[in-house]
Design a protein around this ligand. Structure first.
Ligand code: IMP
Ligand code: MG
Length: 173
């Protein structure tokens, strides 16, 4: 396997400051919940939360990976649910990457059933060419081509999450 840097640490951090400022402006009042989708979004959440200049609550959800099967059935399983109630709150789902859209399409619909005031998505990366289910993300860090990426939280078989840059992972020829 070889790694090719795609988005540098500096580019990531600069973009997160922009998104954080935008979120700060877009939510002048109310209770804001940042919902981090484990594990991939953990670094993005940590940096984004600190780029938001207002009170923000944090909680975590873990969702089953349909990883190897790559099914398009739309089946998503909740492994760890939220500890908090979303009633009346502005909810921002914080995710590492939008690929097929199956995860976020399902999750957005699920969280909307819990009577929040609003539900939006912040995703660091988006691979629009791969979309199977529609996802409307209010905040996207970078649109990337259809390549498998790792680093800054993203993994391949649990490896490479702690790389500081986002890199394209390619099998050696
Ligand atoms: P979706 O439901 O297909 O949009 O899946 C999104 C999830 O698939 C992300 O949260 C990642 O865990 C994983 N994923 C999709 N593309 C990549 C990639 O290029 N690298 C690492 N993980 C990915
Ligand atoms: Mg993920």
């Amino acid at each position: 396997m070889s790694l090719r840097p795609l988005i540098s640490e500096e580019q990531i951090q600069a973009r997160i400051l922009e998104i954080g400022a935008q979120i700060t402006a877009d939510y002048p009042e109310g209770t804001l919940y940042l919902i981090c989708i484990l594990k991939g979004a953990c670094f993005f959440l940590a940096d984004l939360a600190r780029a938001i200049q207002r009170d923000a609550f944090i909680d975590f959800m873990a969702i089953s990976s349909y990883g190897k099967e790559r099914t398009s059935s739309g089946e998503v399983k909740i492994i760890k649910d939220l500890d908090i109630s979303l009633a009346g709150a502005d909810v921002l789902i914080v995710e590492d990457i939008i690929d097929s859209g199956i995860t976020l399409n399902y999750l957005t619909a699920l969280l909307k059933t819990r009577n929040p005031r609003s539900v939006r998505i912040a995703a660091l990366l988006d691979k629009p060419d791969r979309r199977i289910r529609p996802v409307d993300a209010a905040y996207v860090g970078f649109h990337i081509p259809d390549e498998f990426v790792v680093g800054y939280g993203l993994d391949f078989a649990e490896k490479y999450r702690n790389l500081r840059d986002v890199c394209v992972l390619t099998p050696d020829a």
